[in-house]
Structures are given as C-alpha cells and as structure tokens.
Write a protein that binds this ligand. Structure first.
Ligand SMILES: O=C(O)C(=O)C[C@@H](O)[C@H](O)CO
Ligand SMILES: [Mg+2]
Length: 382
C-alpha cells in the first residue's frame, strides 16, 4: 500500500481534520491542530507530506522518526501537532487495513470503560454551580473549570478571595457528590499559586491544572511539597523529552498530553508508559474534535494509568461546531453517567462525515484566543 495524498480541512469551531489517502482506497483521518494556529499547522502538514507520499503507511515508526528527525529542527507545538495528526491518520489506516481498532494493535483493552469529565463556566469562570447542575443532569459527576480570572503576578487578597469563594460555593452546593479540577491555565504566578493552593486545600479540588506556566514547570515540585492537591499539566508539552524533564524533577501527579499536540498515538503511548514509571496518572487533554477524542480513547484503553479523559462537548470554545457534528457513528461516542466505552470500529473508531467536513471547510474560521490585558495595560495570560 502507498500513501497517495494528504488533504486538510479547517472547520468550525477551530479544528482541522487531515485525510490521508492510499492506493488501496483506504483513507485515514487525523486532527493536526494548535488552537489559534491552524493555518501554521496546515502548512507544516503539507511540508511533511514530502516525507510521506509514495511511502507505505504501515511503517508508522519509521515515518514518525523521519518527520521528527528528518528536518533537523524538532519539537514544539507546530511540528509536533502536525506529526500528531499525521500519526493518528496512519494508525487509522493500519487498523482499517487489518480490520481492528487501534487498541487491539497496542495489546488490547486494560479497562471496560473510561471516565470522562465535562467543562463548566467560561474563559472567565462564571455560573459554575448552574453549569455543574446542568451537566449533572446529563450524568456527569466530574467537572473542570478555569480556576481564576486574569491574575496579576502579585495580586490582591480580594482576587484570591473571589476564587476561593466560587470554589467554596461549589462544595457547599454539591458536597462530595461531585469532583472538579481547577485549570489555572497558566494565568497564575508561582507566588500566587502558593497562596491559592493553600487557600483551596480544604475544598479538595480533584486536581489543579497548569498551576503555573509551563516555562516554570520547575516550580511543580515546590508547589507539590506544600499541598496535597494533585498537580496536573501537559497540554503545552510536546514530546516524551519535554515530559521526561518534568517527570524527573518531580511534583507532577497527572500527565495531560494532548493527542493532537504531542506527536500523536505513537508518542503519547510512550509518554503514558513513562508516566506510569513515576507513579504519575494519565489524563489526556482534549478540548478538540472527534478524531482527537478517538485518538485519546485508543490510548486510554491500553494505558494502565489512564484515569480521566477530557472531552469538549459543551465546552465554551465550541461556537459553530460540536464534537459529534462531523461523525456518522455518534452512538459510539455515547457517554453514560460520565463513562464512555471503547470505540469498536476498525482504526481510530471514528467514522467521519466527509461531505459535512467539506461543506464546513468552505467557511473555515480563523479562531484566535482573546488577548487579555491587566488594568495597567500590560499583557495578561489568557
Ligand atoms: O482544555 C483545557 O484544559 C484548556 O486549557 C483549553 C486550552 O487548551 C485551549 O484549548 C487553548 O486554546
Ligand atoms: Mg488546560
């Protein structure tokens, strides 16, 4: 079998799908995208296609190393997201050619179902209690929200109190009937993270995500030494080499690689195994579309340390498009009481509605995250 072509489709809300075609008529789908930089990743995918067209798609490992090592420069969000989406599509082709889901090619199931969580609130966390109540109606009992609004490097007791009060209200309302992670989203400096973790400790969040910017990952160890709240991160780490540095310095309790940013299934399976060796749980990051989610689930069902899966149904970013808008097999993605079953179909297990994708790509968005500024006019972390 030979790869004959790669086609990219940028679609609402902010995703990109990749179709890899072969001379055997088997097509594989991937989701290479960095949110807000879809066009950049699109260019990278088509540059990398020079290594792929004419090659046998079954040679995933050699193609992965050729894409990663062949161009001298490596790593980072753009190249690793391009490789990720291509890798997903290659695994999709291999599974379809052999008539089995990818998890069978990776040694088979380690669990019968996977726990998922639902986002509530928005960029600036608000109405989180109403959001939780609404999503509990859908059967979820585990949630994630932004932990803070924008925050200064050294901010006021009042701003800290706002966060603590919001989280306390959640616990007062729902008690221990629910769990929730707080995503600090890199908005919080190390000094403020120390203050917030101390104040939030009694409210027992399930985890705090990106407590500081990934550039300050060396602080995770110090922060973990002062709190029992599990620290989670990984959406802005792009290879096993990025994760190794963080694993070795300590402090991380939950690794959150993104299957569309960290080199795809081939790389994230390696990251999962590395994490397990450090007694670190796996909770793949996935605020994206159905192909990314399917790729996450293929890893979740073969990784012993997978504990929680993000999915973007109802997330505040999904304006103009939802996770299941582009799939034919919606029922396979059924989430019952927060749990999802393995995707049984060959390959990634997602059947893409190509006509819908093509139609949606004609009005391709150019989503950008907002640029926030502090009251003094300086740039604030979004
Ligand atoms: O889902 C998460 O945990 C996020 O932090 C969302 C963030 O990754 C946005 O997708 C960036 O545009
Ligand atoms: Mg996050």
């Amino acid at each position: 079998m030979k790869i004959t072509g790669l086609t990219t489709y940028r679609v609402p809300p902010r995703w990109m799908f990749l179709k890899i075609e072969t001379d055997a008529g088997i097509t594989g789908w991937g989701e290479p995208v960095v949110e807000g930089r879809a066009r950049t990743v699109e260019t990278a995918v088509h540059e990398l296609s020079e290594y792929l067209v004419g090659r046998d798609p079954a040679h995933i490992n050699d193609l992965w190393h050729t894409m990663y090592r062949g161009g001298f420069y490596r790593g980072g969000p753009i190249l690793m997201s391009a490789i990720a989406g291509i890798d997903q599509a290659l695994w999709d082709i291999k599974g379809k050619a052999l008539g089995v889901p990818v998890y069978e090619l990776l040694g088979g199931l380690v669990r019968e179902r996977m726990k998922t969580y639902s986002w509530v609130g928005g960029d600036r966390p608000h109405d989180v209690v109403d959001g939780i109540a609404a999503r509990r109606e859908a059967g979820f009992d585990t949630f994630k929200m932004n932990g803070t609004d924008d925050l200064g490097m050294i901010d006021s007791a009042r701003k800290i109190a706002e966060t603590v009060k919001r989280v306390a209200h959640i616990r007062e309302t729902f008690g221990d009937a629910i769990e929730f992670g707080l995503d600090f989203h890199g908005r919080v400096s190390t000094p403020m993270a120390k203050v917030l973790l101390r104040e939030l400790e009694p409210l027992r969040p399930l985890f705090v995500e990106e407590p500081v910017l990934p550039e300050h990952a060396d602080a995770y160890r110090r922060l973990a030494d002062q709190t029992s709240i599990p620290i989670a991160a990984g959406e802005r780490m792009f290879s096993r080499f990025d994760f190794r540095r963080v694993f070795e310095q300590g402090g991380l309790a939950i690794a959150q690689p993104d299957l569309s940013h960290a080199g795809g299934i081939t790389e994230c399976v390696r990251i999962a195994a590395m994490a397990e060796a450090y007694d670190i749980a796996l909770a793949p990051h996935c605020p994206l579309g159905p192909v990314a989610l399917a790729a996450c689930l293929q890893v979740d069902f073969v990784a012993h340390n997978a504990v929680l899966q993000e999915q973007s149904m109802g997330i505040h970013y999904n304006r103009g498009g939802e996770v299941l808008d582009y799939v034919v097999n919606r029922a396979d993605f059924a989430i019952v009481d927060g749990w999802i079953k393995p995707l049984p179909k060959p390959g990634l297990g997602v059947e893409i509605d190509e006509a819908r994708v093509i139609a949606a790509s004609r009005d391709a968005p150019d989503w950008r995250n907002p640029v926030w500024r502090h009251p003094d006019g300086s740039i604030a972390e979004w």
